[in-house]
Ligand binder design. Structure first.
Ligand SMILES: C[S@@+](CC[C@H](N)C(=O)[O-])C[C@H]1O[C@@H](n2cnc3c(N)ncnc32)[C@H](O)[C@@H]1O
Length: 648
């Protein structure tokens, strides 16, 4: 029995019978639907502390091309609990898209809790993992914009646990999930299943929508001079065999030319035929009317009458006519009968029930399609991406997919090669394919969004953001949080610096014949390390650099390229205001402040300083409009520091 269980029983022994009854009733009625994990039994996550996290730019590990005056992209080194606390104080409500690929808790020691790898036999393995993620997801939730979304990769084994946890942290925000295929092959019989798929869970705030696909105007044309205007061809078939869809397997005829079009026996028409319905009803008019009333769309005859079926023009010499059944069967046997134009699979076969019908009929070579007119389609109409499979890069999309927005991803193994191409070695185990993250971001982001990945690993998300920006001229920014993965065995390991940041540096410079990224294409980043200070001493121990970086991230959304040690620094400028940081309030600082509104042509100052009331009074007496904020409050705002948290 665990010590905590014994202690609990001892406590219960002390209770009277009525107290125990009340407790039991409370316990039974307070149970709720959802996930519970052994929060009280597991050791406290040591990352969770009450100190204040302050950022420090490391210029030598940042990427600062000429002309870069401030960093819009951030790489933050450290435990992501600390990074998220910092971001909560600088980016609350500002991040539109979060993508994470957390450690999956496979039992193969793939993640660290309190400096120890968590293995398969750890009794509290699942609870520690859930608690670890719960703490981080709860912070991340506060960063999302009102129309923000979080996308989380997970394997099949841990999906159910994570999904319930996500429901707990993001109640009512579940939008669905995507499945992608990680491998092409899998034949390990020892596992019963060959695991070749993973999931991406999607939780979005109420304003979120995927971009979908705008209906492309260029696909609408008017080859037959239709007076209703431009139209786009839509597929007329459905992937059902003629044996299971008897009533949608029938020949159709172009009323203008008299040419016939066979139905593909493997992909029947999408629309029912009144003639076929009548034939199958055997003269029962009530059954015919009932069948017609149950249709959700026009019959083929009605579509043809409304001229909504397009029969492609063809040359007379390409029209086939078989005078006898023997001729027809001989042509089929020789592979010279009517064929699907692209796939070249036969449309007529000797075993088909209507084979006799085709003797003597003029059979046209092309395939008819359904016309969708531009005027019938609201311009704002969008197609949403489909859940279920994200198709493989190497999979053919069939005709059916024309109406779908299908994401595509390479298999997992490709991702290892992608890193090798950049860094020259397989520097990181199990990265995600670029195409997977790019596909997700192209659907979830708008061109100026902030994208956060707080389990950034090798930095795939950063490369995906750069590539997307280059493709569509966007200005998306990335914030990547990566741990060093240093342990007592490998104290000098720094994954964040040597893999994540290094990968981005090389991608930005251009590698393997690929062009790099200019500053205008977001080809830069700040490398931040985190310093943790005791809340009580923060005003004393924080440097001007800490304060300037924090304020600049919070108020201007950027990290400074250089931070001066000066006692007075301009952090941001608005239309009529200037944000100024003062690390002390000596006479020199005060008189410099007094001159600032005129120097910078602004009406008022926002001053962050150690003695705000005195500063405000001093400036007011000299006719300067100023709002003064306490340096300590500003440094601790939104952080784990209890005093600051109580203040809200
Ligand atoms: C599955 S990998 C992410 C891979 C990434 N998607 C890529 O394509 O490279 C998970 C990463 O989370 C990191 N990680 C685990 N615990 C962390 C923590 N507390 N803070 C920051 N990173 C952490 C691990 O070091 C690992 O690099």
């Amino acid at each position: 029995m665990a010590t905590s269980d014994a202690a609990l029983l001892q406590q219960l022994d002390k209770l009277s019978a009525p107290e125990l009854r009340r407790l039991l009733a409370e316990h039974l009625t307070h149970r709720k639907l959802g996930l519970t994990w052994e929060r009280d039994a597991i050791a406290h996550d040591r990352a969770l502390n009450a100190d204040v996290v302050l950022p420090r730019v490391v210029p030598e590990w940042s990427h600062t091309p000429e002309g870069c005056t401030a960093h819009r992209n951030l790489v933050i080194e450290g435990d992501n609990f600390d990074s998220l606390r910092l971001l909560r104080s600088t980016h609350a409500g500002k991040v539109r898209v979060i993508y994470i690929d957390p450690p999956y808790n496979t039992g193969n020691k793939d993640w660290v809790y309190n400096d120890n790898y968590v293995g398969a036999n750890d009794r509290w393995r699942h609870s520690q993992w859930l608690e670890f993620l719960y703490q981080r997801l709860s912070l991340a939730r506060e960063l999302l914009t009102a129309d923000g979304v979080i996308l989380v990769s997970i394997n099949d084994e841990n999906r159910s646990r994570l999904e319930l946890l996500m429901d707990e942290v993001f109640p009512g925000r579940r939008l669905g999930s995507l499945v992608w295929r990680t491998k092409d092959t899998g034949n390990d019989l020892t596992q019963r299943f060959s695991h070749v798929h993973e999931h991406v869970l999607v939780y979005g705030n109420s304003g979120f929508a995927f971009n979908g696909r705008a209906t492309d105007r260029s696909k609408f044309r008017n080859p037959d001079k239709d007076e209703r205007g431009d139209w786009s061809p839509q597929p007329l078939t459905k992937a059902h065999d003629y044996t299971v869809r008897e009533n949608t397997y029938y020949p159709i005829q172009d009323p203008d030319t008299g040419y016939w079009y066979p139905c593909d026996p493997d992909s029947v028409w999408r629309f029912a035929s009144e003639e076929v319905i009548r034939r199958l009803a055997n003269g029962d008019e009530a059954a015919v009317q009932a069948a017609l009333a149950a249709l959700r769309s026009d019959t083929m005859e009605a579509l043809i009458a409304k001229r909504l079926i397009y029969f492609p023009p063809c040359k007379v010499e390409d029209v086939m006519i078989f005078d006898t059944k023997a001729d027809l069967l001989a042509a089929i046997a020789a592979g010279k009968g009517p064929m699907l134009p692209k796939k070249k699979t036969p449309l007529l076969r000797a075993d088909l029930p209507d084979i006799d019908f085709w003797v003597g009929k003029p059979i046209a070579p092309g395939r008819p399609s359904r016309k969708e007119h531009w005027t019938a389609k609201p311009e704002a109409e969008r197609l949403a991406p489909v859940s279920s499979w994200i198709a493989g890069m190497n999979e053919d999309s069939n005709d059916e997919d024309v109406d779908l927005v299908l994401l595509r991803s390479a298999r997992g193994g490709v991702a290892t090669e992608e890193i090798k191409n950049v860094l020259g070695s397989k520097a990181f185990p199990y990265p995600k394919p670029l195409s997977l993250i790019k596909g997700l971001l192209s659907q979830a982001t708008r061109p100026s969004d902030i994208v956060l990945d707080f389990f950034a690993g090798s930095g795939t998300t950063g490369q995906a953001v750069l590539e997307l920006n280059a493709e569509d001229g966007g200005q998306r920014r990335f914030i990547l949080c990566s741990s060093t993965e240093a342990t007592t065995k490998e104290p000098d390991k720094n994954l964040c610096r040597d893999v994540c940041a290094e990968r981005l540096r090389r991608v930005i410079a251009g590698y393997g014949g690929k062009p790099g990224y200019t500053l205008a294409q977001s080809g830069e980043f700040a490398y931040l390390q985190l310093d943790k200070l005791d809340g009580a001493d923060v005003a004393l121990d924080a440097t001007a650099q800490h304060a300037a970086t924090l304020l600049s991230m919070r108020n201007a959304g950027v990290a400074p390229v250089k931070t001066a040690q000066a006692a007075i620094q301009v952090i941001a400028k608005g239309a009529d205001w200037l944000l100024v940081l003062c690390t002390h309030t000596g006479a020199d600082v005060l008189s410099a402040l007094q001159a600032m509104p005129t120097q910078h042509s602004v009406a008022r100052l926002v001053v962050v300083a150690p003695r705000p009331k005195a500063v405000a009074l001093w400036l007011a007496e000299r006719g300067i409009e100023a709002q003064a904020l306490s340096l300590r409050d500003v440094l601790t705002q939104g952080q784990g520091d209890k005093k600051a948290r109580n203040k809200g």
